[in-house]
Ligand binder design. Structure first.
Ligand SMILES: [Zn+2]
Length: 344
């Protein structure tokens, strides 16, 4: 349950250890051991296996033991402790790459250091004319002034830190947090009964309709793939024709699956909470722990963009809300639907 609420696994592990829960061998369990237990599906009443077991001699190895590396699942003789819905939701979190919706997010292995960790991005325009968008990472920097030496947390462009292939764009943590609080305050005062709410509802509805269309197209393409396979198995089409057709159809499928993913996140983003939720977040912020701040901020903010300004003026901070972030990506991925008749 906690994992689904973005509570870091090492915190869950500490809590369970504090409750005196130990492994069968009596050891204290860390985050990795909890993942091992949860990944097994045992709690959902399942036993798992692989049709191709790991065999390094034959070159069969698995990088992880996550649920998506097992293809055979059997109901065990034991009684399930969790519902199959909860198990599905866990898998969604654990293996987001297997699911269409970007909603699933991911499970953090360790606790984020700051409430805005991973949410601050570099807005510098690079030499190639493209916006950097690299995640900015925080570090403690020593400051010397006439008042003495003190320390502050500064976020820098990770691309610059890593390879110097950007500029030394930075912003201090207090400034970023202040901007977020101001933004939450402004949003908490806007009643969502107005224009914004209607725009968002309309966007969500439109994206939902489009997603339904794309789903149908995906279904049709899958049926075509099946028919092509049947034709090949019945020796109606040649192996070459089949492979060509398969490649073509799979290419079309791929485009639609990524579009569906975007549309789904568009729907989700436009279902972000109303004005009262911003107020609640604002009110709770000072009392929240960093991981809670992060989970809260992620619900409404896609990222904070730090853009350099000319001269000695401080960098500009723009908050990109969840409900706006997907517009550009959607326009890019909106490949026209190919309706050419296909022979299968
Ligand atoms: Zn950068």
């Amino acid at each position: 349950m906690w994992v689904l609420q973005d509570i870091p696994m090492d915190r869950v592990a500490k809590y369970m250890a504090g409750k005196g829960i130990r492994s069968l061998k009596g050891a204290e369990m860390d985050a990795a051991s909890w993942y091992r237990v949860l990944d097994s599906g045992f709690a959902a009443g399942l036993l798992r296996s692989r049709s191709e077991p790991s065999n390094p001699e034959k070159g069969i190895t698995y990088a992880t033991n996550k649920p998506n590396t097992y293809d055979l699942w059997y109901p065990g003789a034991h009684f399930p402790l969790i519902t199959s819905e909860l198990w599905e939701a866990y898998k969604r979190k654990r293996c987001p790459e297997d699911y269409d919706s970007e909603l699933s997010g991911f499970v953090r292995e360790t606790e984020p250091k700051y409430g805005l960790s991973g949410l601050v991005r570099c807005g510098n325009i690079r030499d190639n004319g493209e916006i950097c968008l690299a995640i900015m990472t925080a570090s403690v920097t020593k400051y010397k002034s006439k008042y003495g030496t003190y320390h502050t947390d500064i976020w820098r462009c990770s691309r610059y830190v890593r390879s110097k292939q950007c500029r030394a764009i930075s912003v201090t943590r207090p400034k970023a947090e202040t901007e977020v609080l101001k933004w939450l305050d402004a949003n908490s005062k806007h009643s969502e009964t107005g224009e914004v709410a209607m725009k968002r509802a309309a966007t969500a509805a439109r994206a939902g309709d489009q997603a339904a269309e794309v789903k149908k197209e995906i279904q049709r393409l899958k049926e075509k793939l099946d028919r092509a396979l049947e034709g090949y198995l019945d020796k109606i089409i040649s192996p070459e024709d089949y492979l060509n057709k398969k490649e073509e159809l799979e290419g079309q499928l791929e485009v639609r699956v990524s579009r569906l993913r975007l549309l789904n996140s568009e729907v989700a983003a436009n279902q972000t909470p109303g004005a009262d939720a911003f107020g609640t977040l604002l009110e709770l912020w000072p009392k929240m722990e960093e991981y809670e701040k992060r989970a809260g901020a992620k619900k409404v903010i896609s990222y904070l963009l730090v853009t350099p300004t000319p001269g000695r003026a401080p960098n500009k901070l723009t908050i990109v809300p969840r409900w706006e972030a997907n517009q550009e990506a959607l326009a890019g991925a909106g490949a026209p639907v190919n309706q050419e008749p296909m022979v299968a």
